[in-house]
Each structure stands twice: as structure tokens, then as C-alpha cells.
Design a protein around this ligand. Structure first.
Ligand code: SF4
Length: 138
């Protein structure tokens, strides 16, 4: 059965190393709800937020990056942590990382928090994977 390989749960505690927020270019997709949460957290206007922090990619919106590939909100840690988007909130319990033990281990090569710290049960992981906001990784 899918997910059977982590039936005993998985350990993860973020060390705040910043590797997942920095370096190689990528996308942090944001919905209107997530934009609104960030905008409220930063106490700025929709226009200002869009101008300073968003880029359109086809029909979707992503946070922009600094020229070196770092997340625009990364500054020796996440500067919008309480309002971070679901993509960040649910890491590392993404479908692609949960496909198999080897996929998890491969992702863990770049994330020192995976495999140690807090034990998440299989049920918790399934809730997080399903994207339920109240099941987010703390
Ligand atoms: S790479 Fe892992 S440990 Fe480092 S900041 Fe990202 S989630 Fe945390």
C-alpha cells in the first residue's frame, strides 16, 4: 500500500540551516489566500506586495528570488515564518519525497533536519501531505 514504508512514522526537525530556502533557483508557488496572509503579516498593500515579491509564471504566481537564488524572504532565517506558504509549511512531507524510502533519503541528503528530531506519525504525515493547514509542520 502507498505510504506503507513510513508506517512507523518519520522524524523531522528543522535546523534552520536555510538550505531549502537558498541556492538553486526554484519556485515557491502561492495562492491568493497565501498572498493575503503574507501581505497582512507584512502590513503592506496588495499593489506593493505584488510589485516587490511576486512573479507570474503562466497562470500561477510564485515568490520572487534574490539574484543569487535565495528566497526573497530569507535573511539568515525565514523572515515571514508565521505566514509562510503551504509549500514551505509542509516540507519535507511532499508527495515526491514520500514516494519511497529512497526518495526520502535522497531529499535528506540536502536537508539535515530529515531523519532526526520530532517523530511524525503516519497519520500526521498523511494529513500534512494532504495539505491541511492545521496539520502543518511546526
Ligand atoms: S534544509 Fe531542512 S533543516 Fe535546513 S532549513 Fe530547510 S527544512 Fe530546515
Amino acid at each position: 500500500m502507498a505510504g506503507d514504508w513510513y508506517r512507523e512514522g518519520l522524524r523531522f526537525s528543522c535546523t534552520q540551516c536555510g538550505r531549502c530556502c537558498t541556492g538553486a533557483p526554484g519556485y515557491v508557488w502561492v495562492t491568493q489566500r497565501e498572498v493575503e496572509a503574507l501581505r497582512a503579516f507584512l502590513r503592506t498593500t496588495p499593489e506593493d506586495f505584488a510589485r516587490r515579491y511576486l512573479r507570474k509564471v503562466g497562470p500561477r504566481a510564485s515568490l520572487i528570488e534574490k539574484p543569487n537564488g535565495d528566497c526573497i524572504f530569507y535573511d539568515r532565517g525565514c523572515t515571514v515564518y508565521p505566514a509562510r506558504p503551504d509549500q514551505c509549511r509542509t516540507f519535507p512531507f511532499w508527495s515526491e519525497n514520500l514516494k519511497s524510502r529512497s526518495a526520502w533519503d535522497a531529499a535528506a541528503d540536502d536537508c539535515p533536519g530529515m531523519g532526526s528530531g520530532r517523530l511524525y506519525s503516519a497519520a500526521e504525515i498523511r494529513r500534512i501531505r494532504g495539505g491541511e493547514a492545521d496539520a502543518a509542520v511546526r
